[in-house]
Design a protein around this ligand. Structure first.
Ligand SMILES: Nc1ncnc2c1ncn2[C@@H]1O[C@H](COP(=O)(O)OP(=O)(O)OP(=O)(O)O)[C@@H](O)[C@H]1O
Ligand SMILES: [Mg+2]
Length: 322
């Protein structure tokens, strides 16, 4: 079983608004509403890809109830701690005439210490039946920035493989707890290592640095695909560095949640017994396919399969050991 952890669940609303201009009144031409928060997106996609998953985390108020009910409708198993304050609604406005995307994320509920304790107990209980756990997304207010780091330490001690997709200080702390995989996008990776990347070499060095900071494997997603520093298949065989890209451009409608689709694809690949390279390729195909759909983290598994042959993998030389 795979677990996904979403501490800051949300209803994700995506609105298509042609000629969107600040300060004007608009009408939507299309809209979707999804249960969201990054871990929930990953869980929905894992379910669509046929993998066994339970979405856990914290959800509250009528928005929290809606998230749980919508997951149930999608046959995604979930087990959330119900919190006192209301979960968020996040709104994305896509302008189909320009492709511009504007995201407005609500701040989210305040969480009490007792709610964090209830959640920790729940996670450790669920972990008894899990082999892999994905921690994804931001933290709600008043949650200790160490929380991912603490939970990673607990789960690793229990033999659960840990994957983290977050940013800022929670990511920095999480990396020190030596998670199995982190998957920042370029901006998140730049923030973590503390400088911008201008050339490919910068990205490769940064990935190396993130490994030295503590992450066992690092995947940095880019709009083209990803760079990944992963452990080779055989125990003790060392590391390998790859660039994985879609060889031909596809028609993009909305990229919101494409990182979540990537991660779900990669995790589905690993859990399904594929090699690292195959799992990375599958992730890139999932991320790319999801950009054809308006809602966050939606994809069509049959089209993903058709994209897989269009993914190119290049093995790169590792930086010399320091
Ligand atoms: N313009 C694009 N064309 C094709 N594929 C894309 C594009 N943008 C993103 N992708 C796919 O999505 C994956 C993740 O992209 P990206 O690094 O932009 O994610 P992200 O910023 O984490 O997204 P989010 O956090 O909104 O889910 C990439 O590996 C790639 O497969
Ligand atoms: Mg992301």
């Amino acid at each position: 079983m795979i677990l996904t952890v979403t501490l800051n669940t949300a209803v994700d609303k995506t609105l298509a608004v042609p000629n969107f201009r600040l300060g004007r009144r608009h009408r939507t031409v299309e809209q979707t509403t999804m249960p969201g928060g990054k871990g929930v997106n990953v869980a929905r996609i894992l379910k669509a890809l046929g993998q066994p998953v339970i979405a856990t985390g914290m959800a509250g108020g009528p928005t929290g109830t809606r998230i749980v009910e919508q997951l149930t409708q999608l046959s995604v198993l979930s087990d959330f701690v119900r919190i006192g304050e209301e979960s968020r609604t996040n709104t994305s406005v896509i302008d189909p005439t320009t492709g511009d995307q504007t995201e407005i994320n609500e701040r989210g509920p305040r969480i009490t210490e007792h709610e964090v304790e209830l959640f920790t107990d729940k996670l450790l209980y669920l972990a008894k039946g899990a082999t892999l756990c994905v921690f994804a997304g931001s933290l709600p207010r008043h949650v200790d920035v160490e929380i991912y780091a603490q939970l990673i330490t607990e789960l690793r001690r229990r033999g659960v493989y840990t994957v983290v997709d977050t940013d800022g200080e929670p990511l920095r702390r999480a990396v020190r707890a030596e998670p199995d995989v982190i998957s920042p996008n370029v901006a998140e990776a730049e923030e973590l290592v503390g400088h911008e990347f201008n050339e490919e070499e910068d990205s490769i060095d940064a990935i190396d640095q993130m490994v030295r900071m503590g992450a066992r494997e690092v995947i940095m997603t880019t709009p083209e695909g990803c760079f990944a520093n992963v452990l080779a298949g055989d125990p003790g065989a060392g590391r390998e560095l790859y660039r994985v890209c879609l060889s031909t451009a596809i028609e993009v409608r909305a990229t919101v949640g494409s990182g979540d689709a990537f991660l779900a694809g990669f995790v589905a690949g690993l859990y399904g017994g594929r090699s690292r390279v195959e799992a990375l390729s599958y992730g890139v195909a999932c991320g790319a396919e999801s950009t054809r759909h308006l809602g966050a983290g939606l994809l069509d598994p049959a089209s993903v399969e058709r994209l897989v042959p269009r993914v190119e993998v290049e093995r790169l030389a590792l930086s010399p050991a320091r």
